[in-house]
Design a binder for this molecule. Structure first.
Ligand code: BG6
Length: 471
């Protein structure tokens, strides 16, 4: 197999390096529920050499032991001593330059490579980046071949304007190849596999265009509400929370042009070019009943907890192919899937009620790739019916790595393929802003909890003579 991307061999080599993993916001939820458990898993799988240190930076006045004790529910007792031995707690207010200088002195005692992970509210991204620049932690060490990288969580801004400003600040301190904007969907195996599937199977790539594809559907519904994230969600909504990032990313991988090479710059360029050609035709905005009773949301909030949209691509290959999107909270089920619906057979010689071919990628609740086709029912007559081939990851692989584990490894390796570049982010904000402007003053349609969303989401697709397909 030919692989030009950095792969496991290099991965092993990367682990020979001394790396300081510095987590800002180490006392927060994301660090506790995601980062530390995933770092622990990596350490446990021996994917993390002894030469990787974790420096937890937080504002709380903890001793190291007090800080570590907050992980008791996440890290099994028998592994705590060895995992905890690589963690240091450094108390610092990252918006205070003097305290960042102390951090720089502390880290400067060696020339390790550094990965700064911003697990903090987005409002702090700029100040942290600026301060890292002022204390020169944005530089690696050429003598020791050590790098400095910054990892930034979503949302990256709240619109194009704020994202441009944020990028300006960050890129005045770090170079683009030091910046890792995380979107955990890009670390999901089935999402990576959309790319692999498309570009390693000639039979599909040749029919991947508007001559053969009728329409595309992307569904990302959730059965949970906003949980304890009222303050965050009330200013973002579904559009910014999942459409601007996860959904656009999935669409871009699904419909991008084939990159010249399997290299991050080619891939990211083609994704960006694709996103730039997305336009919106219609949108439905919904909000679940009872949303106003959630803590920390405005009593008269008109934020979206549900979005359905019809997008249209202007790229020559896909011009005219509608992409129907549906995403939201507090719906009947958690489902993430993509379905590519092919055009029906022209002048079919068979009669009967069988559907067009469909290729599906299911991401939740399980990882599957399916192909719906028509075939003959066994018997004396010639009845055609719908049949399905299904590839389920469960049948072939054990438990898959979490998205964060994969992305953390990518970051250590310096592989930016699964992280959004500045132009990619800008393009996705542009289309998101168009939708945002369309719906900002619209009162959302209230839908019952546990339902499939507003009935208007049916109309958006039914008026084109199609319907939502659940695989
Ligand atoms: C996050 C959103 O990015 O993605 C959450 O902030 C959402 O609101 C989550 O629930 C969905 O991710 P997944 O992996 O569970 O589909």
């Amino acid at each position: 197999m030919k692989l030009s991307m950095k792969t496991f061999d290099l991965c092993e080599k990367a682990f020979e390096e001394n790396i300081d993993f510095i987590i800002f916001g180490a006392t927060g939820d994301l660090a506790h529920k995601k980062l530390f458990p995933d770092l622990y898993n990596l350490a446990k799988d021996a994917k993390f050499s002894e030469r990787i240190r974790i420096i937890a930076v937080g504002r709380k006045d903890f001793t190291k032991d007090e800080f570590l004790s907050t992980f008791n529910e996440f890290i099994p007792e028998e592994d705590r001593i060895s995992f905890f031995s690589r963690i240091e707690y450094f108390k610092a207010d990252f918006s205070n330059l003097d305290e960042m200088k102390l951090l720089a002195d502390y880290l400067g005692k060696n020339c390790n490579s550094r990965i700064f992970y911003l697990a903090v509210p987005p409002a702090f991204y700029s100040i942290i980046a600026e301060n890292l620049g002022k204390v020169k932690l944005n530089y690696g060490c050429s003598k020791h071949n050590a790098f400095s990288r910054i990892v930034i969580e979503k949302p990256f801004g709240i619109d194009l304007k704020s994202s441009l400003e944020l990028n300006k600040t960050i890129l005045s301190v770090f170079h683009e190849d030091q910046v890792y904007r995380i979107d955990h969907y890009l670390g999901k195996e089935p999402v990576e596999n959309i790319f692999a599937f498309r570009f390693s199977n000639n039979i599909f790539e040749n029919i991947w265009n508007n001559k053969f594809i009728d329409s595309i559907q992307v569904i990302a519904t959730e059965d949970i509400g906003i949980e304890k994230r009222g303050a965050f969600y009330d200013s973002t909504g579904t559009l910014i929370d999942v459409f601007q990032n996860h959904i656009i990313q999935m669409i871009s991988i699904l419909t991008m042009e084939k990159p010249t090479r399997f290299q991050e710059s080619f891939i990211r360029t083609n994704k960006t070019n694709l996103i730039k050609q997305l336009t919106v035709s219609s949108v439905v905005k919904g909000q679940y009943a009872g949303y106003h009773d959630e803590p920390n949301v405005a009593p008269d909030s008109i934020i979206d907890t549900f979005i359905a949209a019809k997008l249209v691509l202007q790229s020559p290959k896909f011009k005219g192919v509608p992409i129907y999107v549906k995403a939201g909270k507090m719906l009947s089920e958690k489902k993430t899937q993509i379905v590519v619906i092919f055009k029906p057979t022209i002048r079919s010689i068979f009669e009967g009620d069988f559907s067009s071919n469909m290729l599906s990628f299911q991401i939740h609740p399980s990882f599957n790739i399916g192909l719906n086709f028509a075939g003959k029912v066994p018997g004396f007559d010639y009845t055609i019916t719908n049949m399905k081939m299904n590839y389920s990851y469960d049948n072939y692989y054990g438990e898959l790595k979490s998205e964060y584990e994969k992305l953390l490894i990518d970051c250590i390796l310096g592989n930016q393929m699964n992280f959004a570049r500045t132009d990619e982010i800008n393009a996705s904000w542009k289309i998101t802003d168009t939708i945002k402007d369309k719906i900002k003053n619209i009162t959302p349609i209230i839908y019952p909890q546990g339902s499939t969303g507003p009935t208007e989401a049916e109309t958006i697709i039914k008026s084109d003579g199609r319907s939502w397909i659940y695989i």
